[in-house]
Ligand binder design. Structure first.
Ligand code: AMP
Length: 469
């Protein structure tokens, strides 16, 4: 069985030692909904048995009925939100993945992507493993089940030494919760405390919602075990220079979160200030593409002195337009999501700021919308460099051919989106704005093509398009 091409964005949350573990996990997932809107699930432990509820849909829809929580008893729980594209959007792929194996029951929730997944899977299948899902996460379960090591921590370490790529993991057994962040630290993961309970979440905004105190970020390469004796931290992997994902700052994480030692909102505003230092645009107003361009547009306005306005209004009850799998729906999606404020835009030279251009579809629609509202000129600034390379570490980006800047010059993109001018933040500008972090050494592969974890050479049938070109 072939694995799906890695197109996933996810959020994970877990809590240990709380009488309302499943309820709080529901709230945590609610705060992490932006990291995945297609499916979600919670597994709880009552100390003797694991209980699971998961389905396709938003957190509020899947867990909208209080009765569900009666079926999720126990003082420990882990949860997962996931976004994936068609093909893999099936119930069997909804996480947490729960299995019974010779050593008991275990549930696993994963954020990130394993880049040597197909190779490891082929090998496991050759030895007789039978896979239930098309998720790379299941590989870890099979590796755990086949490991001969004595303790769970050793079996997990051995398993994770076999896989390469990005993983933030939460595992739940009857008596333990385990959190792991890969040695590169691609995705964020933090530890919190709520009274006597330990909490783990992809982003700190999930701690805020349940009023848990932020303890620390789980470090790249750190493995944490929480059980009745408290918390134990291990660093079982070979230490390497971490490469946290810079795109979490640009777009993916929520602005109120603190990741990689920084507040996302402050970084995004600095991206806007940096844009203003790089490009002086003659414009009457600066407007964001809501919500993703908000902090950068504000930063630009403050640095440049150009008036900030909300020129586009967003309907918050529509999912991210990017989710829609078909081109035709995506075109329509921008219109249901955004509407221009005519009085603000009419007769103006408008500077519109967004965080990134992926296929170019959104910008093209938005610029048309702003012009039809009477704008005299429409200039565009993007608060990151051109997104020219797909991400294989857990951010959903289309394959290389669909990324407009992989095959078009900035001038060609400008013409396509019909802007009067288009400029992107420089790579140096991005780095200056983001500043230090975990080792100062971010993964910028989506902008530069420099992938910090190398891929195995894949076969022609490979789902990964990187080597097909
Ligand atoms: P596009 O129409 O394909 O150019 O999409 C551009 C829009 O998608 C921008 O407004 C971004 O904020 C947003 N975006 C960028 N990357 C992602 C992603 N990985 N998932 C969802 N939306 C994204």
């Amino acid at each position: 069985m072939k694995l799906q091409r890695p197109e996933e964005e996810c959020g994970i949350f877990g809590i240990y030692n709380h009488p309302e573990a499943a309820n709080l996990t529901y709230l945590g997932l609610y705060a992490l909904q932006h990291r995945g809107q297609e499916s979600c699930g919670i597994v709880s432990s009552d100390g003797a048995v694991l209980h699971s509820h998961k389905n396709m849909g938003l957190v509020a829809d899947v867990f909208g009925n209080q009765e569900i929580f009666k079926k999720l008893p126990g003082k420990a729980a882990i949860g997962h939100v996931r976004y994936s594209t068609t093909g893999s959007s099936v119930i069997k792929n909804v996480q947490p993945l729960m299995v019974d194996y010779s050593r008991g029951s275990i549930a696993i929730a994963h954020n990130g992507n394993i880049v040597n997944a197909q190779l490891v899977k082929d090998e496991l299948e050759a030895w007789g493993s039978i896979f239930q899902t098309t998720m790379d996460t299941e590989i870890i379960v099979h590796l755990l089940a086949t490991s001969k090591a004595n303790s769970l921590v050793d079996r997990l370490t051995e398993s994770l030494n076999t896989v390469k790529g990005a993983y933030c993991l939460l595992l739940l057994t009857k008596t333990r919760m385990i959190a792991v962040r890969d040695p590169n630290g691609f995705r964020p993961l933090c530890l919190g405390k709520l009274g006597n309970s330990y909490v783990v979440a992809s982003e700190s905004c999930a701690l805020d919602l349940i009023e848990a105190e932020f303890v620390k970020e789980i470090e790249p390469g750190e493995l944490i075990v929480v059980d009745k004796n408290g918390l134990t931290s291990f660093f079982p992997f070979k230490k390497i220079e971490p490469t946290p994902c810079i795109f979490e700052f640009v777009y993916f994480a929520r602005p109120d979160s603190y990741i990689f030692g920084k507040n996302v909102y402050a970084v995004r505003k600095e991206l806007g200030r940096q844009l203003a230092r790089e490009y002086q645009i003659d414009a009457d107003i600066v407007i964001p593409v809501p919500d993703s361009g908000g902090p950068a547009a504000l930063g630009y306005a403050q640095e440049s002195g150009i008036r900030f306005e909300f020129g586009l209004m967003r309907n918050h009850y529509v999912g991210r337009t990017f989710i829609e799998p078909q081109q035709s729906i995506r075109h329509f999606g921008v219109k249901i999501k955004l509407n221009p404020v005519r009085d603000i835009l009419k007769g103006k030279r408008v500077l519109v700021i967004d965080d990134s251009i992926v296929r170019g579809t959104t910008s093209r629609k938005i610029i048309k919308m702003i012009r039809s509202a009477g704008a005299k000129e429409v200039h565009t600034l993007i608060s990151s460099p051109p997104t020219s390379y797909p991400c294989y570490y857990g951010i959903d980006t289309p394959n290389r051919k669909e990324l407009i800047s992989s095959s078009h010059t900035i001038e060609e993109i400008r013409k396509y989106i019909t802007a009067d001018s288009l400029n992107y933040l420089s790579e140096q500008g991005l780095l200056d704005a983001v500043g230090g972090g975990d080792g100062n050494n971010y993964c910028k592969a989506c902008f530069t093509g420099g992938y910090p974890v190398k891929f195995p050479k894949l076969t022609a049938e490979s789902q990964l398009d990187l080597f097909e070109e």
